[in-house]
Design a protein around this ligand. Structure first.
Ligand code: ADP
Ligand code: MG
Length: 354
């Protein structure tokens, strides 16, 4: 399977109402084909949502005929994309523009961090469980293509199935609906497939999941604030951003990068969560091994909310390793309460948006 063989296959797809095919019209802008995965970008210059949808469907069918084309993503960009869920908005790359909302989902909230290892995924998983316990219908989308750890932390081992209308059915555990980019990756797939190819199709991925009605969809972003994260923030229709930091990171100013990333793409910042804030000694003493108050001070400096602090607890790490986040396992305990308090503040910040 090569880009050339994919292009050949796409020559079967006629532009609706014409005898000419989409390749000869010059509409096929990009083809990546690697390790069984195919990503195609088609750019329409006119037409409407139905035409975009028809081209997408027929292109996918044509590509699936090619041997070894196991994962097929077709991104049809159309100038009048309103109503065409399949068509990525043509303004997706322009800062400050919002992609279309996903029907049925009230709020999409991204969780970001300046660096890996600050507990972003741990916070995402526990916040999802906490928001569920507070009565919400919650989804959790793991977009960390470099290290998708949410399924493990949430105790989900199986892979998602397809609904009769060919949508991915999210898995569910601890009351949270869950989908991970990791489900779509084979373990031996190289990072190149995890990187740019997947970025191109991520919005398509989000809208091809049968989420049903959700109050909040939490999105665990890849760690860092580079181009990949930025482009994710632009393609996903975000209503808010949460930045997770540790006290020492906050004092080093790393958290500011996360804030600035959301600002660049006009995503409202809900606030900062400080994780691994302090350690509680067996005697109940508060030991601030990483310094103190960095997150709260930075939130004030950045004129954003401080959403909460989560101490270091062995139970938090164990919960993640076992696939039962501490909030689901022992909601009445201190580690769980820290997340539940944080979740309440997140809810309050979202409520301010109306
Ligand atoms: N508050 C905490 N207390 C104890 N361990 C934690 C805490 N937060 C995260 N961890 C542990 O730290 C490690 C990194 O967390 P993770 O959520 O995977 O970070 P990230 O997603 O930012 O890379 C994991 O082993 C996790 O269990
Ligand atoms: Mg992570």
């Amino acid at each position: 399977m090569t880009a050339e063989s994919i292009k050949e296959a796409l020559k079967q797809v006629k532009y609706p109402g014409y005898s000419r095919d989409i390749v000869s019209f010059g509409l096929v802008k990009d083809i990546s084909a690697e390790n069984g995965a195919v990503a195609v970008v088609i750019e329409l210059t006119g037409g409407n949502a139905e035409i975009a949808q028809q081209i997408k469907t027929e292109s996918e069918q044509a590509i699936r005929q090619v041997p070894e084309a196991n994962h097929v993503y077709v991104n049809v960009k159309a100038p009048e994309a309103s109503g065409a869920r399949s068509a990525a908005p043509s303004n997706a790359s322009a800062p400050g523009t919002n992609p279309d909302k996903v029907p049925g989902i009230k709020k999409v909230v991204a969780v970001a961090s300046g660096k890996g290892g600050v507990g972003k995924s741990t916070v995402s998983a526990n916040l999802a469980c906490a928001l569920t316990q507070l009565g919400g219908k919650i989804g959790l989308l793991d977009c960390d293509i470099y290290g998708p750890s949410i399924p493990l932390m949430m105790g989900v081992k199986e892979r998602p199935g397809l609904s009769p209308n060919e949508k991915l059915v999210p898995l569910e555990n601890h009351g949270v609906k869950l989908m991970s980019m990791g489900f779509l990756l084979e373990d031996d797939q190289p990072v190149i497939w995890r990187g740019p190819m997947i970025m191109k199709t991520i919005q398509q991925f989000i809208t091809s999941v049968e989420w049903g009605d959700l109050d909040v969809l939490l999105v665990d972003l890849p760690p860092g604030t580079g181009d990949a994260q930025l482009s994710l923030c632009q393609t996903v229709p975000l209503d808010g951003g949460v930045v997770v930091t540790t006290p020492q990171e906050a004092s080093l100013g790393v958290v500011r990068k996360g804030i600035n990333m959301f600002r660049k793409v006009n995503v409202p910042i809900l606030g900062i969560v400080e994780n691994m804030s302090y350690f509680t000694s067996p005697q109940g003493e508060r030991i601030e091994i990483f310094g103190n108050g960095g997150g709260r001070e930075e939130a004030a400096r950045q004129d954003t909310a401080f959403l909460g602090e989560v101490p270091i607890f062995q139970e938090i790490r164990e919960g993640g390793d076992e696939g039962i986040p501490v909030v689901a396992k022992a909601p009445e305990t201190a580690p769980a309460q820290a997340f539940l308090e944080t979740a309440k503040t997140v809810q309050a910040e979202l409520a301010k948006q109306g």
